[in-house]
Write a protein that binds this ligand. Sequence first.
Ligand SMILES: Nc1ncnc2c1ncn2[C@@H]1O[C@H](COP(=O)(O)OP(=O)(O)O)[C@@H](O)[C@H]1O
Ligand SMILES: [Mg+2]
Length: 287
Amino acid sequence: MSERASEPSGLGERASEPSALRERAGEPSGLGERASEPSGGRALLEIRDLVAGYGVAQVLHGVSLEVGRGETVAVLGPNGAGKSTLLRAIFQTCRVQGGSITMDGQDVRAVADYQVATLGIAHVPEGRGLFPELTVTQNLVLGGLKFGSRAVIGERIERVVETFPRLKDRRQQVVGTMSGGEQQMVAIGRALMSEPRVLLLDEPSLGLAPQVVETIFAELRSLAASDAGLSVLIVEQRVQEALDMCSRGYVMQGGEIVFSGTTETLRGDAAMTSAFFGDTVPAEGER
Ligand SMILES: Nc1ncnc2c1ncn2[C@@H]1O[C@H](COP(=O)(O)OP(=O)(O)O)[C@@H](O)[C@H]1O
Ligand SMILES: [Mg+2]
């Protein structure tokens, strides 16, 4: 496990020891020292030494990561690693206790939690968070309410159903009567209603049948490819599918980043794969 730490390339480098991370919390973070940097200079979303949790419980113990413009980045790791908490912390829906979150140079922690979406961040939460008794259109409208007039919202709905053609003829369908895959499309569509620049996706494949998982990932890959400006931070337990749509990834365990690198490095690291996912990736059809 530890041999890789001395590799000079910076790819596949182990993150600092947890204690070291905590000690560094007060220091300014040097741009040059990171394990893997997105290309194109300053990242769109920058997270430094993030400490977050629920009430007095601390779940994230100093997490640093970044997402470049147009980049799709994976966050992998076993159950309970803190992946969902990380996305909630970015979207300000759990308690952020320390560190910094910067979106295009703006301090996310300085805005009210209900205003985070206006910075260009959208969150598709674990479990989707839809209103099952409302129709597809009503759910989509709720995702766009803050962002414009009726006409603008109407245009955005059109764009969402172009992105997810399966929703086109189902706009008046009550969401609770739809399949899991279709509901996931509504959840992603609702997030797109705010025209985000960073999309935070929490386990979009959770609870879906294998062939539906394929459909969702195909839709996500084409979404990322069709909008070159859209950045995606995706949390997944389906490692292969997530790596297929990403150029880089981070591995979390125990509320810390324990590994980061290119998808090639992550794919190739058998020790990492078995250590973190050997027993946690459900077999096909298990979900
Ligand atoms: N709402 C909550 N209140 C208190 N503790 C929570 C809450 N949600 C998650 N946790 C705890 O935070 C830790 C990380 O959970 P989570 O971020 O959901 O992990 P992951 O998404 O990687 O499975 C777990 O120990 C979990 O029990
Ligand atoms: Mg989770």
